[in-house]
Design a protein around this ligand. Structure first.
Ligand SMILES: [Zn+2]
Length: 384
């Protein structure tokens, strides 16, 4: 047994001062305690901070690789790099494409899942973003490939992946949304409202039927107006569904996030990156969903100027949020909330029987070490 001592341990739900994270030899957490464990070898990180590994549930790409690449070796490279940056679990997110391309990406991710390496971020599922979205709020998705709701295709993908599809974004104003949402629920797929020009009533109706997420709140949805509160108004009035937010300070002004949190609280908010392949890479020319993207000063745009994903890393999202909320709440939104919203049971919380996926930070919140299943995985660490 091993125990990791640090000045602060953030479990994902609460904070412990001068505690020990106790891990068994199988890489499972035994407990977080302030009592010195007798039988464990103790590693003392002194003034360090321990948090769960971050759980990014909306991520298109990183380190030059995209979810749509359909190449297992490339996926591995992305997942290793993500883990080194503290993102130890992901839900890989597709982007609007033609059906064959999407099928192939889903097939390859499924294949990868059964041979994941010990130093890779864990793939916890697949999230379909597009093609069933509104051309009015398409964002960086290719308009030519948007189409009508097609539950048969979603069911086919769910079968192909053996149940890996966790969530799908739809615009609820599309024809047949009610039965589509019902059938997604039967398939165990969460429906997220996004890229939408729906009326407030259409959003509320979708939630009544079972949609329970909002895709990157504020981005690519009908904005708030005091005579027509739009999709954003429906989000602000809905205290039970989950809302994702991109906290890079570019996609959403931090004051807007402040309004969101003061209205809905932090318990139903999830920090995401929505990052694309240019994240974790230098500025340059990239691609998202078949469309050219230029990354300049860390901002990703299509040629028409539309934001095309982010270059955010979840650990930076957590840092950015600190001007609005406590560090504990910020971490909670990037770990525990993300995990429970998607019923990912083994991670996102430092507690008994969870996987020992955790990060050790220094006092300035620089990553020192990353552990997956109790094993140190990042190369930058100075010593075990
Ligand atoms: Zn999007």
């Amino acid at each position: 047994m091993k125990a990791y001592k640090a000045h602060k341990i953030f479990t994902g739900t609460h904070e412990v001062t001068d505690g020990y994270l106790v891990v068994d030899n199988n890489g499972e957490i035994v407990e977080v305690t302030t009592t010195k464990p007798e039988k464990a070898t103790i590693k003392n990180f002194k003034k360090g901070i321990i948090t769960p590994g971050f759980v990014d549930t909306h991520i298109h790409g990183f380190a030059g690789v995209d979810t749509m690449d359909g190449d297992i070796e490339k996926y591995r490279h992305m997942l290793v790099r993500l883990a080194q940056e503290g993102t130890t679990s992901v839900i890989l997110t597709t982007v609007t494409s033609d059906d064959d391309h999407t099928r192939e990406a889903v097939r390859k991710i499924t294949e990868l899942l059964y041979s994941q390496g010990p130093d890779e971020a864990k793939v916890q599922g697949i999230y379909l973003e597009g093609p069933f979205i509104s051309p009015d709020y398409k964002g960086a998705h290719d308009e030519k490939l948007l189409r009508e709701l097609d539950i048969k295709f979603v069911e086919e993908l769910q079968m192909l992946s053996g149940g890996l599809i966790k969530k799908i974004t739809i615009a609820p104003e599309l024809e047949g949304a009610e039965s589509f949402i019902h059938r997604c629920k039967i398939q165990g797929i969460h429906v997220s409202i996004g890229h939408t020009n729906a009326t407030t009533e259409q959003v509320e109706r979708a939630v009544e039927i079972g949609a329970d997420f909002y895709t990157h709140v504020f981005n690519a949805m009908k904005p708030f107006n005091h005579r027509d509160v739009g999709v954003v108004g429906a989000v602000l009035n809905d205290k039970t569904s989950w809302g994702e937010v991109i906290a890079d300070g570019v996609h959403v002004n931090l004051d807007a996030i402040k309004i969101l949190l003061s209205q809905r609280g932090i318990d139903r908010t999830i920090l995401i990156t929505d990052s694309m392949r240019g994240a974790g890479m230098p500025d340059g020319d990239y691609e998202l969903g078949g469309l050219d993207v230029v990354v300049k000063d860390g901002e990703a745009h299509n040629v028409d100027g539309t934001l095309a994903g982010s270059t955010l890393i979840l650990r930076d999202a957590v840092k950015n949020m600190q001007s609005l909320v406590s560090l504990n709440d910020s971490i909670k939104m990037a770990t525990y909330n993300a995990a429970i919203a998607h019923s990912i049971n083994g991670v996102g919380l430092l507690a008994k029987h969870k996987a020992a996926d955790f990060i050790v930070f220094d006092e300035e919140l620089n990553i020192q070490k990353v552990y997956i299943n109790g094993e140190l995985i990042n190369e930058n660490s100075k010593s075990k």
